[in-house]
Design a protein around this ligand. Structure first.
Ligand code: CP
Ligand code: NVA
Length: 312
C-alpha cells in the first residue's frame, strides 16, 4: 500500500489545535498584540489583504463565527464558510488537501478533537480550534485578555470555575496555569476536568508559580476568588443528558449567595450562551460584576491578534 501523502507542514506553521500549541512567550505576545489591535484598528486594516481563510462549523455558533468573519474582514482578508458535517461526502484527509490548495488557514468547530488534528496533519495549513469536545482555546484567550484589562494584571489573581469540567474549563486551566493565575475548578463528582489536562496545567503552574486545584467544593473554590466563571451544564452534543445534569449540577449554580464568598470586587464570567436559572441566575448575569459581554467583544480582538501571528 502506498504511503499516505501528507501536505508538508513547515516548522514555521503556527497552529492553535489546542492551547499549548502557543508557547508561553507566544501567549504573552499575543495578549499584548490584541491590546494594540484593539486600540488601533486602522493600523491593521490591510494586514491580511489577499489572504483567504476557510471557516468550518459542525456545530452552531454566534460569537465564534461572527467574530472570525469580522476579524478577517477588518484585517483586509476574506473567508469562505461551510456549516454542517465536514467530511460527509468524502474522507477528511481529502477535504483537508482540497482546502490546502485554495486557502491560507482553517478555523474549525468540530465534534471531536481528532477532526481538528487531522485537518492540520493533512492540510499543512495553520489550523485554529474554534471549539472541540476537549478545548475552546479562542475563548480562553479572550477571557485572560478580559481579566488583564479589568484588573490591570494577571499574576496572582484567583479564578474559580464552577460547573462542568468541559472544553472551556480545560482551556482556562491551560492558560491560567501559564500566566500565573491561580485556578480552582469545582465540579460535581464524575464531571471533573480530564486528569491528563489537569496534570498538564499543574505542570505549567509549577513554572509560573500558579496554584491549580480541582475540587467538588463550590464554596471553597469561590472563597476569595477575583473571578467566578461558569458555563452551560450540558454542552453542544450532550443535549440528551441535559435533564440528568440539571439535577446533578443544581448545587453548583452561580448565584448571589455563592458570590458572597468571593472577593468583594469579584467579577462574574461566562463564555455565553448562558442558560439563566440553571448555571447562573438572571440577577448575576445582569449585575455590574458580569464581564460576559467584554469577553465576547474580546473574542474579536484576540482572534485578530491570532490571525496576525499565524499569517503575517
Ligand atoms: N462562546 C462561544 O464560543 O460562543 P458561540 O458558541 O456562539 O460561538
Ligand atoms: N461548553 C460549551 C461552550 C459553548 C461556547 C459547549 O461546548 O457547548
Amino acid at each position: 500500500m502506498a504511503a499516505p501523502v501528507f501536505q508538508p507542514t513547515s516548522s514555521r506553521v503556527i497552529n492553535l489545535r489546542h492551547d499549548p500549541d502557543l508557547s508561553s512567550d507566544q501567549l504573552g505576545g499575543l495578549l499584548d498584540l490584541a491590546q494594540q489591535v484593539k486600540q488601533s484598528r486602522q493600523r491593521y486594516a490591510a494586514a491580511l489583504k489577499g489572504r483567504y481563510i476557510a471557516l468550518l462549523f459542525e456545530k452552531p455558533s454566534l460569537r465564534t463565527r461572527m467574530t472570525f468573519e469580522l476579524a478577517i474582514k477588518q484585517l483586509g482578508g476574506d473567508c469562505v464558510i461551510q456549516t454542517g458535517p465536514i467530511a460527509e461526502r468524502e474522507p477528511l484527509k481529502d477535504v483537508a488537501r482540497n482546502l490546502a490548495r485554495w486557502t491560507d488557514a482553517i478555523v474549525a468547530r468540530t465534534f471531536t478533537q481528532e477532526t481538528i488534528d487531522e485537518l492540520a496533519r493533512w492540510s499543512g495549513l495553520p489550523v485554529v480550534n474554534a471549539l472541540s469536545d476537549l478545548y475552546h482555546p479562542c475563548q480562553a484567550l479572550a477571557d485572560v485578555l478580559t481579566l488583564k484589562e479589568h484588573f490591570g494584571k494577571l499574576r496572582g489573581l484567583k479564578l474559580a470555575y464552577v460547573g462542568d469540567g468541559n472544553n472551556v474549563a480545560h482551556s482556562l486551566l491551560l492558560n491560567c496555569s501559564r500566566l500565573g493565575v491561580n485556578c480552582t475548578v469545582a465540579t460535581p463528582s464524575g464531571y471533573e476536568p480530564k486528569a491528563v489536562i489537569a496534570a498538564q496545567a499543574t505542570q505549567f503552574a509549577r513554572m509560573s508559580g500558579a496554584q491549580i486545584e480541582i475540587t467538588h467544593d463550590a464554596i471553597g473554590a469561590v472563597t476569595g476568588a477575583h473571578a467566578v466563571y461558569t458555563d452551560v451544564w450540558a454542552s453542544m452534543g450532550q443535549e440528551s443528558e441535559a435533564e440528568q445534569r440539571r439535577k446533578t449540577f443544581a448545587p453548583y449554580q452561580v448565584n448571589e449567595a455563592l458570590l458572597r464568598h468571593a472577593h468583594k470586587d469579584a467579577v462574574f464570567m461566562h463564555c455565553l450562551p448562558a442558560k439563566r436559572g440553571l448555571e447562573v441566575t438572571d440577577d448575576v448575569m445582569e449585575s455590574r460584576r458580569c464581564l460576559a459581554f467584554d469577553q465576547a467583544e474580546n473574542r474579536l480582538h484576540v482572534q485578530k491578534a491570532l490571525l496576525l501571528t499565524m499569517l503575517q
